[in-house]
Each structure stands twice: as structure tokens, then as C-alpha cells.
Design a protein around this ligand. Structure first.
Ligand code: PGA
Length: 884
């Protein structure tokens, strides 16, 4: 199989072509000439159809609809694997070029790299201010198990090996003898991938998900972090004349894997405990590996007085003595965690209780080496391990707990009934708050000894009771999803108290509908006005804001504007109240779930909202995309650093009053257009179910949690945001990302606001990012493809909805282009456009196959069809580089 020319960069095309050829040879060898010929014919027809040949499109559809069952899966796999290889080549290309641009002295510097941003900011501002801001950065990336990664880990590993081989070839050059060896190794990986089942046989357990998260730390972050900090240290030295302090950790990690139980009944208190222990074990194992290597290297004898005093006058190799003591504790920690995981109660003995027990001895070695003139040795692996300890701590990534607010209400309701106080759930907000605060102030035990609630509530209480065993370092925040009122936060405070939690977790509300976001300032102001609460938070408050659910609730434009304003108001409130505010952004990878390029997304935030501090989720497929390969991970760490730095030292100007008024109008219209369609038309959900593979997506075994919170119903509200966006992405209508935007812009253009809209686009980063993202989605969208689904799968009486949506898609595209002034979507993003063009002829046949498979499976459900559908879903997701 070879790449369709998409114009643009030759090196990338050549690489895609080469991988395609290797896949083609593999197909012929492993699947036979007939399979190869069919695939080539499909590809040729898809190319011709893309070029406008309607006859080819017709022939292709006929060919695919008549494909014998035994050929469906191999053909789908061929296209899917090609698309995955194209992704690998593209990632490799990006790493290659980002390094070249970022570091070549005479080359163009890539915007957002350290090499570009630091000298620029130091030139515009006082370098001392830039230095202080870097040292104060607190960026926490929270890895979550959101089910959007369709690839099996084993396939990802194969593709990562392909990427590594491509990188190796860069070092040797294509002509060298090693190049042939590399080509053979590539062929081996591609052949192995061909013979590997890309579909998971069973759903992963939450423990599997957590293991995967830990593997990301082991495989890339463990090395990327010290490398990134070296680069930062060097750049600071060069541009500010000062070095990065040894305990500085501008980027750290958190996790929801094993802790997020919202809508996931499989995450129990036992799972949480096991995952926390696993993390503790993994941390000890990784540190031990480092220490082992340091013991091998640090055979030096000269040391300073401090170290000598510690090891005694007799010690021959003092560094090794100190390090061996640390190693013993790390080994002890691993044995302790293993025994606990097996259900034992081992004594803690000499385990590592505090990361300082590791860091301090390392620091003593470091300073000693410096003092005896062996600074060069101190600055090597030893420095890396010290930096790792500052970043990863005792548990690598402290775990947040998340649960839905309704759960806590039900638990308190059971308790108040048990106590004969009536129904907590039936009380109004004021009564709830009064009771909660009174109980919080009281010391008497709340939960009766013989309280025997239903299983779900017992599980919640058990979870809270587990916190003491896990210890404060293992845990992060307690996130309350769908928080709406102050009582939703106080409820968790009271439950923690009632369960005797010794170090209560900080309770973080997640506001994620338009309504609760719009009221967030009032909700928090009520809490801040309460003396008990003020005392409890000790001057710090974290608030999470949800991008995907608010987009599903009210549409993309309304969600974006509501989030912007909520942040502004919360920032102002926190300033008035002298509270340190951390905003935690819950955003997915795809645009319909708040995704977008890191750098511009951060710079588009309201002024003051990124004040050196940022917490953000990295979900599912995004984790592999951003941190799966060392070069890419490094680049993303830099991007976060420079964007948060820039937003801190050079916050954007607040938008003009006039722009706000225009946004308010756009918001109102966009929301009405979105909700009228999605929520207020009863037949819409029927159309959605018929025209998209939503049911099949819900059955995918890609995550441990179910697709819906309430299994019995299917409404837009009950469906989680991921399958909602995923389904529209597969059929390429991408509706959640644009519906409503067109109507709003059209009305504003009709009112003569074109010039002002353009001004907003050019001068206001928020509005620019918003329209750029919509334009990107419109470029990836293919309304014509949706028609194929409709013709075959949708009852005739509902087909009008599709016609209407397609027309609205096109009108939205026109309206957006009128404002951005671009001739075609993605005019400003040639790399993305090329990527879309290269992939289209490979994704189109998969869409056609999907239609045919859906048709067959709706007549008769059978295992082979289901499997084929899953392969196709994977392939389309790879081609669009997004699931949900
Ligand atoms: P949630 O996430 O459904 O876990 O709240 C929403 C999303 O990220 O799409």
C-alpha cells in the first residue's frame, strides 16, 4: 500500500509510502495475493472517488457491500494498520522537526519551545521576573482512564517500536549498512502487528488501567522529566544567569486511575487501595534501579565532612555506603507493598515513609561531590535522580478520588433516616447546609454502630475509611462531579469526618453544566463566607471546571464562553477573599470535549486564571499522543511550561466590553440552536441511534467503565460525553463541536457585525482559539459520508434531520470562514490539512464498510460482525486521530 500524495513535505510522504509498502508486502505474504489485490482495488477506487469520480464511489460501495464475510476483517485491518503507521510516521516527523527548529542556532525556532520562549520573554521583561516565575510554576498533569484509547497496549508498543526504529535511522542515515537492518526490523514489527489481534477480548479492569498509567511513567516520563529539567536549567542559565533550584518541580503528575469511581462500579475501595500500593511499589522499584546505577558509578572516595560524619571515618567508598542504605529501604518498601497486595499485614519496618528519606542522602552526596571538586559527577545521574524525587515523590502520581454528588446525597439521606431526622435528600439547600455545618461543628459520632446501609453506600463509606491506611502522600483531591450547591462540598467534608479520616482530602467541586458554572461564583462565595469552611481550607481552594459535559449540555460556543466567564468571576472572587485559587481543567482530547493545542488553549484563558498554577486532565488516547514517545513527551513538557509561564508573566488583556456583549448574543443564539435540536426534539435521539454506531461504541471493551451512568435509559443527558462525541466523530459529522456556532455567527453577520467579529478573531486569543478549533473540526468533517449512513440505516421519516444537519454543517463552515477570512478550512494549519488529505482515501472505505456492517449487524447480531465493526471503529479513530 502506498501513500496518496497529499502535496507538502516529501520526507514525510516518503516515510509513509515506505511503511505502506512494507505493509503491502506483508499483506501479500501473509494474506495472499487475492487480499492484496482487493485492498489495492479498494484503495484505487477510494482515491478516484476523492478526486470526484462518482462512478468510482458507486463501484466502491458495491464492492464493499458484496465483500464476502471472511474478507471483511482483513480488508478493514489493512486500512486500519496503514492509518496507524501513517500516524507513527507523522509523529516521528514532528519530533524530528521540533528538535531541528528548536535547537538549530540558525534555524527557525518553534513557537513555544524553551529556546524560542525564554529569550523572547527575557527580552520583553526583567529576566529576574521570568526566573522567579519559572521557579514558581506548579503544573499538575492528571492522567485519567477515560475510555478513549482504542488501541491495545500491545499494539501501541509495536507502533512505538516502529517510531524508535525510524529515529534510529535518522542517526545512522538512510544509506548506512544499519539502514538495511532497520528496514528488516521494521518489516518484523509490521508482520508481528499483522498477526496480532487489535481488539481486546475483555474489558480492562481498573487495575489494568492503572498499570498502564504506571507504564507510561516507567517508559517515558521517568526519563523525560530529568531531560526536560536539564533543558530548562540550561536555558535559564543562558538567559537569566541563574540555575534551576534542585527541588524545583514545575511539572508534576496526578492520577484518576483506580480513584475515579463516578459511574464506574468496578472502582471499589479495594481497587483504590491496591492501585495505591502498586504505585508505591513501582516508585520504590524505579528509584531502586536509579540507586543501583548510582552505586555502580559513585565509587569515589573523596567526600566532605558532612558525608564523612555520616558514614564514619573507616568507610572506604562513602557514597556507596550512603546509597546502599537507601537501597535497603527501597527494597524493604517493595517487599512490604508486595506482601500487602497479597493480603498480608507486614510490619512497616524500615520502609520509605517520606520522600525526604531518599532526597536528603542524595543531596548530601551531591553537595559533597561539588565541594571536593567532582561537580561534573554530581551533575550527572545523581542530579537526575534528585530531580525525579522532587517530581514523582513517594507515589509517582498522587491519586484523586472522584464520585458523583448524588452518591453523597444518597449516603447522607440513609444516615438521616437511620437517625430519625427525616430525608436529607428532600431538604432544601438551606436546611441541608444548616444541618451539615452543625454536624461538622459537633464532635459526636454521626454514623450509628449498627448502621447497615445498601451496598453502594457501604462501599462509599469503606472508601473513605481506606484513606487512613493509604496515607496523605498517596492521595490528591476528592472531586465531586456534578457539584451544584455548597452542600455538595460540605457533604463530603462531613462524610470524611464521620469516617474518621485523619488527613481529610481537599474537596474540589466539579462544575460542569452551563447552569452550575454560571452559578459557581455564588456557590463558592457562600462557602467562603462561612467561618468553619474558611478555617478548613486554610487559604487555598481548588475548583474543577468540566469542558465536555458543559459542551454536551449547551453546545461548544456556549460552553467555551460560560467557562471563560466562570473562571473570570472565580478569579475575582478569590482575589477579593484572599484565597489562592487553583483551577483544574477537565478537558478531553477532541474539540467536542474541550480539546485543542496545549499552547493556544492555555494562552486563551482569561487573565489571572493561570497564575503560575495549572491542573489539567490528560485523558485516554491523549496520554499516548502526548507522552507515548520520549521526543514528543519532551516537547509537550516544554509547551506546558512556556504556555503557563507566558500566561503568568504576560496575561492577556481582558476582553473589551463590546466583545463581551457580542459574545453574550452569540452565546444565546448558539445555545438555543443547539438545544432546540439536541434536547427538545424527541425524534433526534432516534435519529442519533440509527445514524451512528453509538450502540456498538457502548459495547467496546476499551475502558473499565460503562458508557452510561444509568444503564436503562438513552437520552443525551444520561449518555456520557465520550460516547456522544465518539459516535459523531465516527460518522464524520462531528456535530458536538460545531452545532449552534453557525446560527450564532450568521445572525451576527446579518446584523452587520462582520468587522467586529473579525477584530475579535484577530485580537482576542479566546475567540481566535474558539474559531480555529471549530474550523479544524469542519475541515475534518465530511457531511457527504454521513449521507451514506443515513441512506442505509435511518428510517425514511427521520432522514430529513440528516439533510438539515448537513445543510447546517455547510452553513457553519461558510460563516466561520467569513469571519476568519480563510479561503478554505485549515488555511493556517497546512500540516494538519495535509494529514487530513493523506488519510481521507484510507478512512473513506472504512466508513463505507462500517455502514455495511451496521446494516448487517442490525439484521442479525453475530460475533464475527461485532468484531469486524470494532476493527473498523479502531481504524476510523486512527484515521481521524480522535475517538471521542
Ligand atoms: P466524565 O468525563 O464523563 O468522566 O465526567 C467527561 C469527558 O471527559 O468527556
Amino acid at each position: 500500500m502506498e501513500a496518496t500524495s497529499g502535496g507538502g513535505d516529501g520526507a514525510l510522504r516518503d516515510e509513509i509510502r515506505e511503511l505502506g509498502e512494507l505493509l503491502g508486502t506483508t499483506l501479500r505474504e501473509q494474506g495472499g495475493q487475492e487480499l492484496f489485490d482487493t485492498v489495492e482495488r479498494v484503495r484505487g477506487l477510494a482515491k478516484a472517488a476523492r478526486a470526484g469520480d462518482e462512478g468510482a464511489s458507486e463501484t466502491l460501495q458495491n464492492l464493499l457491500s458484496q465483500l464476502p464475510p471472511e474478507q471483511v476483517i482483513p480488508v478493514a485491518r489493512a486500512f486500519s494498520q496503514f492509518l496507524n503507521l501513517a500516524n507513527v510516521a507523522e509523529q516521528h516527523y514532528r519530533v524530528q522537526h521540533s528538535q531541528e527548529w528548536a535547537y538549530a542556532p540558525e534555524g527557525k525556532l518553534l513557537f513555544g519551545s524553551l529556546a524560542e520562549a525564554l529569550p523572547r520573554l527575557c527580552g520583553e521583561l526583567d529576566p529576574e521576573q521570568v526566573y522567579e516565575a519559572v521557579c514558581g510554576l506548579d503544573i499538575n498533569l492528571v492522567l485519567t482512564a477515560h475510555p478513549t484509547e482504542v488501541q491495545r497496549r500491545t499494539m501501541l508498543q509495536k507502533y512505538n517500536r516502529v517510531a524508535t526504529l525510524l529515529e534510529r535511522r535518522d542517526r545512522y542515515g538512510a544509506g548506512a549498512a544499519e539502514a538495511e537492518e532497520i528496514r528488516e526490523a521494521l518489516k518484523r514489527e509490521i508482520t508481528a502487528a499483522w498477526h496480532t489481534d487489535e481488539i481486546r477480548r475483555r474489558r480492562p479492569t481498573p487495575q489494568d488501567e492503572a498499570r498502564w498509567g504506571l507504564a507510561v511513567v516507567e517508559q517515558t516520563l521517568w526519563n523525560a522529566i530529568p531531560r526536560y529539567l536539564r533543558n530548562l536549567d540550561r536555558a535559564l542559565g543562558e538567559h537569566t544567569g541563574r540555575r534551576l533550584p534542585l527541588d524545583c518541580a514545575p511539572v508534576t503528575f496526578g492520577t484518576w486511575m483506580g480513584g475515579d469511581r463516578d459511574g464506574n462500579p468496578y472502582v471499589t475501595h479495594r481497587v483504590t487501595r491496591d492501585v495505591a500500593l502498586l504505585a508505591r511499589w513501582m516508585a520504590a522499584y524505579l528509584y531502586e534501579r536509579d540507586i543501583q546505577s548510582l552505586i555502580t558509578g559513585l565509587s569515589l572516595q573523596a567526600c566532605d565532612d558532612d558525608l564523612r560524619a555520616e558514614v564514619g571515618g573507616e568507610a572506604w567508598e562513602p557514597y556507596r555506603v550512603v546509597l546502599k542504605r537507601v537501597r535497603a529501604r527501597l527494597r524493604q518498601t517493595q517487599r512490604w507493598a508486595e506482601a500487602k497486595l497479597q493480603g498480608g499485614h507486614p510490619p512497616e519496618g524500615e520502609i520509605l515513609h517520606d520522600i525526604e528519606e531518599l532526597r536528603q542522602p542524595l543531596l548530601r552526596c551531591y553537595y559533597s561531590l561539588q565541594r571536593v571538586g567532582a561537580g561534573a559527577v554530581a551533575e550527572g545521574e545523581l542530579l537526575d535522580t534528585i530531580r525525579r524525587a522532587s517530581c514523582f515523590g513517594l507515589t509517582l502520581m498522587p491519586m484523586d478520588i472522584r464520585q458523583h454528588a448524588g452518591h453523597h446525597t444518597r449516603a447522607l439521606d440513609a444516615i438521616t433516616r437511620e437517625l430519625g431526622l427525616g430525608s436529607y435528600a428532600a431538604w432544601d439547600e438551606e436546611t441541608r447546609q444548616r444541618w451539615l455545618l452543625a454536624e461538622l461543628a459537633s464532635r459526636r459520632p454521626l454514623i450509628p454502630h449498627d448502621f447497615a446501609p445498601e451496598r453502594e453506600i457501604e462501599e462509599l463509606l469503606e472508601t473513605l475509611r481506606t484513606f487512613n491506611e493509604l496515607g496523605p502522600e498517596a492521595l490528591g483531591a476528592y472531586i465531586v462531579s456534578h457539584a451544584a450547591e455548597p452542600s455538595d462540598i460540605l457533604a463530603v467534608e462531613l462524610l470524611q469526618q464521620a469516617c474518621g479520616v485523619r488527613h481529610p482530602l481537599r474537596v474540589v467541586p466539579l462544575f460542569e453544566t452551563r447552569d452550575t458554572l454560571a452559578r459557581a461564583e455564588r456557590t463558592m462565595a457562600t462557602l467562603f463566607a462561612n467561618p468553619w469552611y474558611r478555617e478548613r481550607i486554610g487559604g487555598c481552594q481548588e475548583i474543577m471546571i468540566g469542558y465536555s459535559d458543559s459542551t454536551k449540555d449547551a453546545g461548544h460556543l456556549t460552553s467555551a464562553w460560560t467557562l471563560f466567564q466562570a473562571q473570570e468571576r472565580l478569579v475575582a472572587l478569590a482575589r477579593r477573599e484572599r484565597i489562592d485559587l487553583t483551577l483544574f481543567h477537565g478537558r478531553g482530547g477532541s474539540i467536542g470535549r474541550g480539546g485543542g493545542p496545549t499552547h493556544s488553549a492555555i494562552l486563551a484563558q482569561p487573565p489571572g486564571s493561570v497564575d503560575g498554577t495549572l491542573r489539567v486532565t490528560e485523558q485516554g488516547e491523549v496520554i499516548q499522543a502526548k507522552f507515548g514517545l520520549p521526543g514528543i513527551a519532551l516537547r509537550n513538557l516544554e509547551l506546558y511550561t512556556t504556555a503557563v509561564l507566558e500566561a503568568t508573566v504576560k496575561p492577556p488583556a481582558p476582553p473589551r466590553q463590546r466583545w463581551r456583549e457580542i459574545m453574550d448574543r452569540l452565546d444565546e443564539r448558539a445555545m438555543a440552536a443547539y438545544r432546540n435540536t439536541v434536547k427538545e426534539r424527541p425524534e433526534f435521539i432516534e435519529y442519533f441511534r440509527a445514524a451512528t454506531p453509538i450502540e456498538e461504541i457502548s459495547r467496546l471493551t476499551i475502558g473499565s467503565r460503562p458508557a452510561k451512568r444509568a444503564p436503562e435509559q438513552m437520552t443525551v443527558d444520561s449518555l456520557r460525553a465520550i460516547p456522544w462525541v465518539f459516535a459523531w466523530t465516527q460518522t464524520r459529522l462531528m456535530l458536538p463541536a460545531w452545532l449552534g456556532v453557525g446560527e450564532a455567527l450568521e445572525a451576527a453577520l446579518d446584523e452587520g457585525l462582520a468587522d467586529e467579529l473579525r477584530e475579535m478573531f484577530e485580537q482576542w486569543p479566546f475567540f481566535e482559539a474558539l474559531l480555529d478549533m471549530v474550523e479544524m473540526v469542519l475541515a475534518k468533517g465530511e457531511p457527504g459520508v454521513t449521507r451514506l449512513y443515513e441512506r442505509t440505516l435511518v428510517p425514511e421519516e427521520l432522514q430529513g434531520i440528516g439533510e438539515e444537519l448537513r445543510e447546517r454543517f455547510c452553513r457553519t463552515r461558510d460563516a466561520v470562514l467569513t469571519v476568519t477570512g480563510h479561503e478554505a478550512p485549515l488555511a493556517d494549519f497546512p500540516v494538519v490539512r495535509r494529514a487530513v488529505e493523506i488519510r481521507n482515501p484510507y478512512v473513506d472505505p472504512l466508513n463505507m464498510l462500517q455502514v455495511e456492517l451496521l446494516r448487517r449487524s442490525r439484521l442479525r447480531d453475530d460475533e464475527a460482525l461485532r468484531r469486524a465493526l470494532q476493527v473498523v471503529i479502531n481504524g476510523i479513530a486512527a484515521g481521524l486521530r480522535n475517538t471521542g
